[in-house]
Each structure stands twice: as structure tokens, then as C-alpha cells.
Ligand binder design. Structure first.
Ligand code: NAI
Length: 309
């Protein structure tokens, strides 16, 4: 199996590291526009192989798409990250140009690949990719945006903190757009070993968990001076693993809706089954009225951003 990661920056390199260590691909190609940068990152990562005990081949290239040909999965992380005080939405103009170029180039040589979009504003970049893929005759099921996987892990982190329990015992999902005001942490459905967390946390406490989850990215941007990379890299690794191992995990991800959740012609986060063919099925949750309303608002905000494309 071959994976290409476009963008050798903080998120791309961390994702490549994560994928290589999992031994789920025989080869990971990292591509960047900056001369020598991907080569350097790939070489540095490859020099951990004998210590970490993996055999995945790591290759770095500068803009050489031929070297990415016949990839099974393409991960798009190229583009500018957020700076403190910046919203994901403010990145649209620059990143749309970059995403259009890299997606077109990458799919031209890997038309069978599943493409995972990470660059922000992710919902809109996924919609743009869906449009490019559709023009090339590529199935909507092969276009996935990464947002819910990360937001859900941040949700479980905040739940674990509030409950003082192991995060691995928690289940909780975030759906909707991947923006500070558009994501919807589903507190009502979150469980600790199958027990609803609402049994242990007051409404006020749950709201606090939800609020902290929603500004999870901005909190880190404030601390780091740029956006995060470890959890995004791990979230990418989780999706790529579910694809390559055909795990059929349910991972909230940004996909094209055609009537599901009452929405059409939009890419937004919903729970999907992810396997060898991309997103294979949308899980239809029975949302409460308040959750439905939040989802509609979220979709409206994503649509408004799509209009700027
Ligand atoms: P970074 O600045 O460290 O890396 C971006 C890389 O993209 C740079 O190395 C740059 O040279 C490269 N690049 C720019 N234009 C290119 C092109 N045309 N072709 C190939 N490479 C190109 O940024 P970082 O922190 O890795 O973030 C990358 C993107 O991921 C940002 O848009 C950020 O907002 C987004 N992000 C999304 C998350 C999500 O949950 N969806 C989470 C974290 C970051």
C-alpha cells in the first residue's frame, strides 16, 4: 500500500510519522513545494526506523507528482496554518488555490486513491475537492475531510478531564462543521463505558466541556503560536488505518451529503463507516431538536464559506 502526504509541515510530517510507525503502508511519499524540505523530513523520519522498528519506506520529493503515482491514499495538508487570533475561515483564499492545484495534480496520477483533506477551512476545502473529483469521474465516497476525528478526540480529552477517568473508556463524537462556532459536541450521546456521561456531569459542567472542545484548536494556537500537529497527525493516522486495514470504524468525518441529515450539496461532518473504499456508509443519528437546529446553523455557516470559493 502506498500513501502520499502533501505538505511536509508540522501536520504532514507528524501524519507521515504516525502512518509509518503503524506499518500499514509499504511506502509513504511526502511532497512539498519548498525545495528539499520533504526530502529532509522523510530522511529524518526514515532514520527512526531501526529504533522504532518499522519497515515503511519514506520518500521525500519537491513537487514531483510522478513519484506519488498509484497511491492508495492521498493526504492533503498543504496550506497555511492559523496564527493566533485567526479563524480557520480567514485561510480560505490562499488555501483554496493551493488545494485546487495539489488535488488536481495528485488525482491525475492516482485516480483510484482515496483523498483525505486536512487543509483549512477544511469543510470548504473538502467541498472544493469533491467538485474537482466529480469532474474527474471520481466517486464522492473517495473524498473525506478530517475534522471530526480530531474534534472528537479533543472532546474525549475534555470529558476525561471533567470526569477524571481514562480517555480510552470514553465514547463521544463531534459532528457538524470544523469551526470554533460550527462544531457540535454530542454531549447527550457521550458515554463512559456505555454509561451516559450526563449521569455524572451536570448540565453546566457538560456545557463547559462542550465550550472548551469547540475552542480546542484556538486554545492550542494561542499557546503554540501556530496550530497543533500531534493530535491532528494521530487523527489522520486513525483514518488512514481504517482505510488501509478496511477496519470499517465509525469516524465522524466531513463528507458530501445528498439529503442525509436534511442537507444537500455540502460537505460537513457526520459519522461515517470508513473502509477500503473510502466512506462506505453514513450513520444516521436520531438528533434531538436542539441538535438538529445546531446542525442546520452549522450547515448554513459552511455554505456561506463555500460561497467564497
Ligand atoms: P505548515 O505551515 O507547517 O505546513 C504546510 C506545508 O505546506 C508547508 O511545508 C508548505 O511548504 C506546504 N505547501 C504550501 N503550498 C504547497 C503546495 N502548493 N504544494 C505542496 N506543498 C505546499 O502547516 P501545518 O501546521 O502543517 O498545517 C497545514 C494545514 O492543515 C493548515 O491549513 C492547517 O490549518 C490545517 N490543519 C487542519 C486540521 C484539521 O483538523 N483539519 C488540524 C491542524 C491543521
Amino acid at each position: 500500500m502506498k500513501v502520499t502526504v502533501i505538505g511536509a509541515g508540522a501536520v504532514g510530517a507528524t501524519a507521515a510519522d504516525n502512518i509509518a510507525r503503524k506499518q500499514i503502508a509499504s511506502e509513504v511519499v511526502i511532497l512539498d513545494i519548498k525545495e528539499g524540505f520533504a526530502e529532509g523530513k522523510a530522511m529524518d523520519l526514515a532514520q527512526t526506523a531501526s529504533i522504532e522498528g518499522f519497515d515503511t519506506k519514506l520518500v521525500g520529493v519537491t513537487n514531483d507528482y510522478q513519484r506519488t503515482a498509484k497511491s492508495d491514499v492521498i493526504v492533503v495538508t498543504s496550506g497555511l496554518p492559523r496564527k493566533p487570533g485567526m479563524t480557520r475561515e480567514e485561510l480560505i483564499g490562499i488555501n483554496a488555490g493551493i488545494v485546487r492545484t495539489v488535488v488536481t495534480n495528485a488525482l491525475a496520477v492516482s485516480p483510484k486513491a482515496i483523498i483525505l483533506i486536512v487543509s483549512n477551512p477544511m469543510d470548504t476545502m473538502t467541498y472544493l475537492t469533491y467538485q474537482i473529483a466529480a469532474e474527474m469521474g471520481i466517486s464522492k465516497r473517495k473524498v473525506i475531510g478530517m475534522g471530526g476525528a480530531l474534534d472528537s478526540s479533543r472532546f474525549r480529552y475534555r470529558l476525561g478531564e471533567a470526569l477524571n477517568v481514562a480517555q480510552s473508556d470514553l465514547h463521544g463524537m463531534v459532528i457538524g462543521g470544523h469551526g470554533d462556532t460550527t462544531m457540535i459536541p454530542l454531549t447527550r450521546l457521550a458515554t463512559w463505558n456505555g454509561i451516559p456521561v450526563s449521569r455524572f456531569l451536570s448540565g453546566e459542567k457538560l456545557k463547559e466541556v462542550s465550550d472548551k472542545t469547540m475552542v480546542g484548536g484556538a486554545t492550542l494556537t494561542g499557546l503554540l503560536g501556530t496550530s497543533a500537529w500531534y493530535a491532528p497527525g494521530a487523527a489522520i493516522g486513525q483514518i488512514v488505518e481504517s482505510i488501509l486495514r478496511d477496519e470499517k470504524k465509525i469516524i465522524p468525518s466531513c463528507v458530501y451529503l445528498n439529503g442525509e441529515y436534511g442537507q444537500k450539496d455540502i460537505c460537513i461532518g457526520v459519522p461515517v463507516v470508513i473502509g477500503r473504499n473510502g466512506w462506505e456508509k453514513i450513520i444516521n443519528l436520531r438528533l434531538s431538536n436542539a441538535e438538529k437546529e445546531a446542525f442546520e446553523k452549522s450547515a448554513e455557516a459552511v455554505r456561506a464559506m463555500n460561497a467564497a470559493l
